[in-house]
Design a protein around this ligand. Structure first.
Ligand code: TRP
Length: 450
């Protein structure tokens, strides 16, 4: 089976060069690998948690979708959608909310950080904390387990959320008695570039030190690069390439040979001004074709909308049946299926269906028979001293693939578990072995559907 890789991008900002190198590029690359089914989505419900400016949210969804498509995401191959186009996600989020301990959410880093800041300020600990922020990890868990994702590539700040998603999924599985959800694993890419920003701290919108990816065009790219902080060494003086942000950024977009050549130039005294121009030329060469596609898409939002709608339809093909099953699991069921008449009828039908009957033989041993719907005896079990053992075998015969367990032998049909014939055709069974085999497997199959 393919590995499901899923990740979400909160739509509250404009993609910058750091997002591209650290998240977008590796994700798009991963989606092209064999054996991978990628699910990438715009986490626009999550955006509402941190941003109450509708224009910003709307703009960001467009910019982020256009960016991912422009850099080469193939929506035919990847399931690419908006969270808010999948109504099953908030629905699942509620089911998960009802099994999540409040104490677990109290420990979430994002929430705790707000509480700590409030405490330091001497205001109410929950000042400015919305239920959206508090329950953020539950919505994220719903995003992930809805599609039974195996691997979730995220930044280190999200590791705790993944642990919480596992906890919540496990709790649901346990409470409702079945592995409804796959437990997701966090995927932290060790060798992915974390880019320094203009001031050398991690490139981040919150530090206001970013280099734009596409917005503002070549001009904005060049202007930002010219503002990268360097040391005061003059042209002609050897530079410490390894220690410079400029080189770190260059290296993230270059082959080993290109990086080595640039490094040598710096060590030989290339001036910072020229080095910045070289970095700009290099990045512009890589980004210009993608930027052209980006602005083309931005000018045709209807095309993006169509792609996202198709992606939502693809995602809902999985989410709708999943949600149907989960509603059933928690007891939100169609009342018709529980009408008293129907239940009685179902019982009656059950009585008439294929069945096991257990009995004690004359020596006090425990045995069972498999009877066809018409009462014909199809199998007679061996003798067991312990009735529990007989019961366990009946359940296994019913639940395990019936075909594989049944064998036609010269003596007739036998049901084989772990290499032992636990039940065989009774003496004097009529008909040929193949016909008996078909009857017995039909009987078991009908029972396993109950
Ligand atoms: N919380 C993530 C972030 O801020 C975005 C996100 C939302 C996400 N749902 C997700 C990431 C599900 C991975 C899986 O980066």
């Amino acid at each position: 089976m393919n590995t499901r890789v899923l990740t979400g991008i909160t739509t509250s900002g404009t993609p910058h060069l750091g997002n591209y190198a650290g998240a977008i590029r590796p994700a798009v690359h991963a989606s092209t690998q064999p054996g991978v089914d990628a699910f990438f989505f715009l986490a626009d419900y999550h955006a509402l948690i941190k941003c109450d400016d509708p224009a910003r949210v709307a703009r960001s969804r467009l910019e982020i979708a256009a960016t991912w498509l422009a850099v080469g995401l193939d929506p035919e191959r990847v399931t690419f959608y908006r969270q808010s186009d999948i109504p099953e996600i908030p629905e699942l989020s509620w089911l998960l909310t009802c099994v999540t301990a409040k104490g677990l959410m109290n420990r979430a880093h994002a929430y705790k950080a707000s509480v700590d800041q409030n405490t330091a300020k001497g205001v109410d600990p929950d000042d400015g904390v919305t239920m959206g922020l508090f329950s953020y990890p539950i919505l994220m868990a719903a995003d992930i387990v809805m599609f039974n994702a195996n691997k979730v590539p995220v930044g280190r700040d999200q590791i705790q959320h993944l642990e919480m998603a596992r906890d919540i999924a496990q709790r649901f599985n346990h409470l409702y008695g079945r592995d409804y959800f796959t437990l997701p694993e966090v995927a932290i890419e060790e060798d992915v570039a974390t880019l320094p920003g203009l001031d050398g701290r991690k490139m981040s919108k919150s530090y206001n030190n970013t280099i734009p990816l596409f917005e503002g065009g070549a001009k904005a790219l060049r202007a930002a690069i010219m503002r990268i902080v360097t040391d005061s060494r003059e042209p002609g003086e050897p530079k410490d390439a390894e220690g410079s942000h400029l080189y770190t950024i260059y290296r993230a977009f270059a082959t080993q040979e290109q990086a080595a050549a640039f490094r040598k130039q710096l060590e030989e005294g290339l001036g910072w001004g020229e080095a910045k121009q070289a970095l700009y030329d290099h990045l512009e060469g890589l980004l210009a074709p993608m930027r052209e596609r980006y602005f083309d898409l931005m000018a045709n939002p209807g095309r993006i909308e169509d792609v996202l709608q198709a992606g939502a339809a693809k995602a809902r093909k999985l989410a709708v049946p999943m949600m149907r099953e989960l509603r059933e699991a928690v007891g939100l069921r169609n009342l018709n299926a529980q009408a008293p008449g129907k239940q009685a009828q179902a019982k009656k039908e059950k009585g008439k269906g294929a069945r096991f009957v257990s009995f004690r033989d004359e020596d006090g041993g425990f045995r069972f028979r498999l009877l066809a719907a018409d009462g014909e005896e199809l199998l007679l079990s061996q003798r067991f001293a312990d009735p529990k053992e007989a019961g366990a075998l009946m359940r296994r015969l019913q639940s395990e693939a019936p075909k594989a367990l049944l064998q036609a032998t010269a003596q007739g049909v036998a049901a084989v578990l772990d290499g032992v014939a636990v039940a065989t055709a009774p003496a004097g069974a009529q008909g040929d072995a193949q016909a008996q085999l078909a009857k017995a497997s039909e009987a078991l199959a009908s029972m396993s559907q109950e």
